[in-house]
Write a protein that binds this ligand. Structure first.
Ligand SMILES: Nc1ncnc2c1ncn2[C@@H]1O[C@H](COP(=O)(O)OP(=O)(O)O)[C@@H](O)[C@H]1O
Ligand SMILES: [Mg+2]
Length: 306
């Protein structure tokens, strides 16, 4: 369970995001800007796992990038660890960067193919002032052990690993800098169900043990339900509903949230499935997914799974 009295790590107040419209024709030298996120407020506490859900194009990744301060908010105020980072220049953000990390969807393309796993994880460790050249090897092995990467794999290259192992390396690289906040954007979508369950269990353990706040973006409601303390439901650049995971799933107040839930063709497994031993999830316990861009169907329209 999340600790509701845990200190606030990220506070976004009335943040909006406008970007240069990549789809607009470039006339008069400057692209018109387009509103990607309407003013919205969100807090993330230390150690909290916040799920961000919504159909494709609803603004989940854009919100994630604002929380990481990869996008500068166009309106509102963003603080990280009590520091106002709203319009912070990149040079001033640099010392904060190691405290905020990202895990990518496709570790195949985000891990440098020419570097060994040892170097990939080691790059993160190099940013940790408490890791000295002497303690580096021990720190590396300890991180590898924590994420379940066999030390024999440290001298391999990314392409020599399985998808699940690569995702673990991506997680190891992210936590090596001892971040306070990690953004995971659709990271389990490409993995098979049992690997998915293992990666989710790992993330949950890491969040609890390291007091790591996690923003977990997914279109898969059952994954969100099993992992997250709190859920933010997005639609068309707005937060339409937000609250504790249990409440949102049991009593969705918003019609769109109800539609998202109704669009799941199978009953959502109960939320305890991840806590119980489900590393070997069978196909029958498979989490139903709403594919990106899938039309949100009204109740009764959902086609039953064969
Ligand atoms: N630079 C841009 N120019 C125009 N539209 C953009 C730009 N960046 C994002 N968008 C649009 O903003 C919306 C939200 O995108 P995104 O945050 O990636 O949504 P999600 O992650 O929920 O699928 C989408 O409609 C996307 O096409
Ligand atoms: Mg996205």
């Amino acid at each position: 369970m999340s600790d509701h009295s845990a200190p606030i790590l990220i506070e976004a107040r009335d943040i909006a995001l406008d970007l240069a419209d990549m789809n607009a024709r470039k006339s008069l030298g400057k692209r018109p800007s387009i509103r990607i996120l309407n003013p919205m407020s969100l807090t993330v506490r230390r150690g909290e796992i916040v799920g961000i859900v919504g159909e494709s194009g609803s603004g989940k990744s854009s919100l994630g990038r604002v929380l990481l301060r990869l996008h500068e908010p166009s309106e509102g105020r963003l603080t990280f660890g009590g520091i106002d980072v709203t319009h912070c220049p990149e040079a001033e953000l640099r010392p904060l960067r190691q405290r905020m990390q990202m895990i990518f969807q496709d570790p195949q393309s985000s891990l440098n193919p020419r570097r060994r796993i040892r170097a990939i994880i080691g790059a993160g460790l190099a940013l940790d002032p408490e890791v000295t050249p002497k303690t580096r090897e021990a720190a590396l092995e300890s991180i590898a052990a924590q994420v379940g990467v066999d030390s024999a794999l440290l001298d391999r290259f990314p392409h020599e690993l399985s998808g699940g192992q690569r995702q673990r390396v991506g997680i190891a690289r992210a936590i090596a800098t001892r971040p306070d906040f990690v953004l995971a954007d659709e990271i389990v979508s490409g993995l098979d169900v049992s690997t998915q369950a293992q990666v989710l269990a790992l993330l949950k353990t890491l969040a609890r043990e390291r007091q790591l706040a996690l923003a977990f973006i997914s279109h898969d409601l059952s994954v969100i339900r099993s992992l997250c303390d709190r859920v933010v439901v997005m639609r068309a650049g707005r937060i339409v509903e937000e609250g504790p995971c249990g409440a949102i799933f049991e009593r969705p107040a918003n019609a769109y949230t109800r539609q998202l839930l109704d669009a799941i063709p199978l009953p959502v497994p109960d939320p305890g499935w991840l806590d119980r031993e489900t590393a070997e999830a069978s196909p029958s316990s498979r989490s139903p997914t709403l594919p990106p861009g899938a039309p949100v169907r009204a109740a009764g329209n959902a086609s039953p799974q064969p």
